[in-house]
Design a protein around this ligand. Structure first.
Ligand SMILES: C[S@@+](CC[C@H](N)C(=O)[O-])C[C@H]1O[C@@H](n2cnc3c(N)ncnc32)[C@H](O)[C@@H]1O
Length: 358
């Protein structure tokens, strides 16, 4: 539940953004968490709002709904840019940061041209807000910062305005979308999933994995491994599928290179693994209970500090079991464990342990 810690604001409506097509699943998640306290109000692809029962006080902070990218209190809709400052002022206090982002985040990410268009629209909006005396700061928020969210719809659509308090569970980028662009020649779109997962874990910088060893289960054809390699990791990949030749040949001259176990994760012998594995990733297209069995067996031995685990969520039955999957992963690591649906996740979620997160 979002954290309305500002007493002057009455959070009578909440909002959350999600992957397009997952609005009903997000509503089900909110209902499971809050029961009758919240009632769905407004819905567009990628955006849901809820009315909060008048006598209810939403509990502050804590993890976001798994399916939400951003969640907070709604302030209203601006039909024109001129209306925006008044709606933003309903916040009751000066925002520390302003996040402007599109309502629909594409699963393949934005292209360079699309980022340019988003930036130019953001600047236009920022100019109007600044003129009204608002502090517009686009730098990453610190814990406790009040963030004004301005959500862009289609051409001619009203701007949706809300706010949230940043905390360690929240992704610091506007809309939960890191600025990474899927290269045309990436070995697979799993490159983007790994990049977004690394950014979420606070490991998005180029040399973030230099000198580290990563084990990836379900690594073929190699987009995820390519991402890990280019961040400096030595990567051990496990998959019966063929790897892209560029992955097999990769060397950065500083130890980042790939070794392939062309077997299934269940056949991997513990004694064939190095003593130290820093990051365990899994992207196996298996039912989560089966994938978790493999992950548990290996993680009990390697004790990786960072986990980036993609789990298939093909139906509502699997969705209902997400808390149980999280409990299983929590037993595998002392670090904080959270689950989220990255913008690039399709019918899946990503579970991360976050020892390195800023
Ligand atoms: C979504 S693809 C992985 C994409 C990959 N991470 C990439 O970056 O290109 C799922 C992979 O899981 C692999 N897989 C399924 N069951 C597996 C198992 N038991 N052990 C290892 N890999 C498995 C499949 O062979 C398939 O290549």
């Amino acid at each position: 539940m979002p954290g309305p810690a500002v007493t002057s604001i009455s959070p009578s409506f909440l909002f959350a953004t999600c992957n397009p097509g997952w609005e009903s699943a997000l509503k089900a998640e909110m209902r499971a968490r809050h029961g009758e306290v919240v009632t769905p109000a407004f819905l567009r692809p990628g955006l849901v709002t809820w009315k909060v029962r008048e006598d209810a006080v939403p509990s502050p902070g804590g993890p976001l709904p798994v399916l939400a990218h951003v969640s907070g209190s709604s302030l209203g809709m601006a039909k024109t840019l001129e209306e925006l400052p008044e709606i933003a002022s309903r916040c009751g206090t000066m925002p520390d940061r302003v996040h402007i982002f599109p309502r629909v985040l594409p699963e393949n990410g934005f292209t360079a041209e699309e980022w340019v268009a988003i930036d130019s629209r953001s600047e236009e909006i920022a100019a109007v807000l600044r003129e009204s005396g608002l502090n517009v700061d686009f730098s990453p928020p610190h814990h406790g910062d009040l963030v004004l969210d301005v959500i862009l719809g289609e051409e001619g659509e009203e701007l949706f305005v809300g706010w949230h308090r940043h905390d360690r569970f929240r992704f610091p980028f506007p809309g939960g979308m890191p600025r990474v662009i899927l290269p045309d020649d990436a070995p697979s779109r799993a490159w983007l999933k790994m990049e977004q997962g690394l950014h979420y874990a606070g490991l998005g910088d180029p040399g973030s994995l230099a000198g580290k060893t990563a084990l990836e289960l379900g690594c073929a054809p190699g987009g995820g491994s390519f991402s890990l390699l280019t961040h400096g990791a030595k990567v051990i990949g496990v998959d019966t599928g063929d790897m892209d030749g560029r992955i097999l040949a990769f060397s950065d001259g500083n130890g980042a290179a790939f070794s392939h176990f062309a077997i299934s994760a269940g056949e991997l012998r513990i004694e064939d693994l190095p003593r130290r594995v820093d990051l365990l990733a899994s992207d196996m297209n298996l039912a989560p209970p089966v994938a978790l069995r493999y992950i548990e067996r290996l993680q009990r031995r390697v004790r990786a500090r960072t986990l980036i685990l993609t789990l298939k969520i093909n139906d509502a039955k699997m969705q209902a079991q997400i808390p149980a999957f999280l409990d299983r992963v929590r037993k595998l690591t002392p670090g904080e464990v959270i689950a989220t649906q990255l913008p690039s996740n399709r019918k899946e979620i990503t579970i991360l342990s976050l020892p390195e997160r800023r």
